[in-house]
Design a protein around this ligand. Structure first.
Ligand SMILES: [Fe+2]
Length: 281
């Protein structure tokens, strides 16, 4: 191990220890409100996919979701998440929806930051329930102006043999899986963006998708030791966070970048995920 890695590891352990110590010493609320919501993690996940073509082995996808730019999530936090995603030098960057909270006025500055994202295979996103609860046309339009294409019940080839599709929001009953997959070539590996993770049961039963990427849950924002998250939103209760096998497909659910009210995180750090696709027999 190099000295640089050792120092990095030491700092990580020290910060982790400080967070735990603060929580244990009665600073829990301050930690949950002031420290952890801004403490972004880079989560690296290997996703084994049976039948993945050899040329896609090692293909990397950076995945950010639930930025929730608004009164509780400053633009500087979005900027740090964008920087972190950029550092991964991923082949493809995907966004899982819920870009804003409360007002479509927040999308302009948020989209400007997201416009800094670059990946050789492109930057794409889907919409979430909060985008629909503000103004989905404005959200999608502002993102498109900054080079982030929002897919709503449609798909396209992003690399040879790799098809990206996205459904519109499930909670708002806008998702049309058949439309999203209509043009997917037989035999292509399909990655599906769907904001709400519990939609995976429907997708797995369909059988055409290899990997679904979702957010929405925020991992619960607070995870109690041994008990897990006491509160999870509608359509994120079966699959709250992490990598799952659901029938024939894989599902990755990110803890997300931002927060919603109450704007706390505890034992559930915000994250930028980078998924590495791997051939699996
Ligand atoms: Fe959501």
């Amino acid at each position: 191990m190099t000295p640089r890695l050792s120092r990095r590891r030491f700092l990580r352990l020290a910060l982790s220890g400080l967070g735990t110590a603060a929580a244990l010493c009665g600073g829990g609320p301050a930690y949950a409100f002031l420290v952890e919501p801004g403490w972004l993690a880079l989560r690296r996940v290997r996703v084994g996919l049976p039948g993945l073509p050899p040329h896609l082995d090692g293909f990397r996808v950076a995945f950010l979701s639930d930025l929730h730019r608004g009164d509780s999530v400053p633009l500087s936090h979005i900027a740090r998440a964008v920087d972190l995603a950029g550092e991964t030098q991923a082949d493809l960057i995907l966004l899982g929806g819920d870009y804003i909270t409360g007002s479509a006025a927040f999308i302009s500055s948020c989209a400007e930051e997201l416009g800094r994202l670059y990946a050789p295979a492109g930057v794409y996103g889907c919409l979430g329930n909060h985008d629909h609860w503000t103004d989905p046309e404005i959200v999608a339009g502002e993102l498109a102006e900054r080079g982030v294409r929002v897919l709503r019940n449609e798909g396209l080839e992003v690399a040879p043999g790799l098809w990206l599709a996205a459904v519109d929001d499930v909670w708002e009953r806008q998702a049309d899986l058949d439309a999203a997959l209509a043009k997917a070539p037989v035999g292509a590996k399909v990655v599906l963006l769907a904001h709400e993770p519990d939609f995976a049961d429907v997708v797995a039963a369909d059988g055409r998708v290899a990997l679904q990427l979702s957010g929405h849950s925020h991992g619960g924002q607070a995870c109690l030791p041994l008990l897990g998250p006491p509160v999870l939103p509608y359509l994120a209760r079966r699959y709250p966070a992490g990598l799952y096998r659901v029938g024939p497909m894989q599902l990755y659910v990110t803890r997300g970048v931002g927060v919603v009210t109450p704007p706390v995180r505890f034992n559930c750090r915000p994250e930028v995920a980078v998924l590495t696709l791997a051939c699996e027999t």
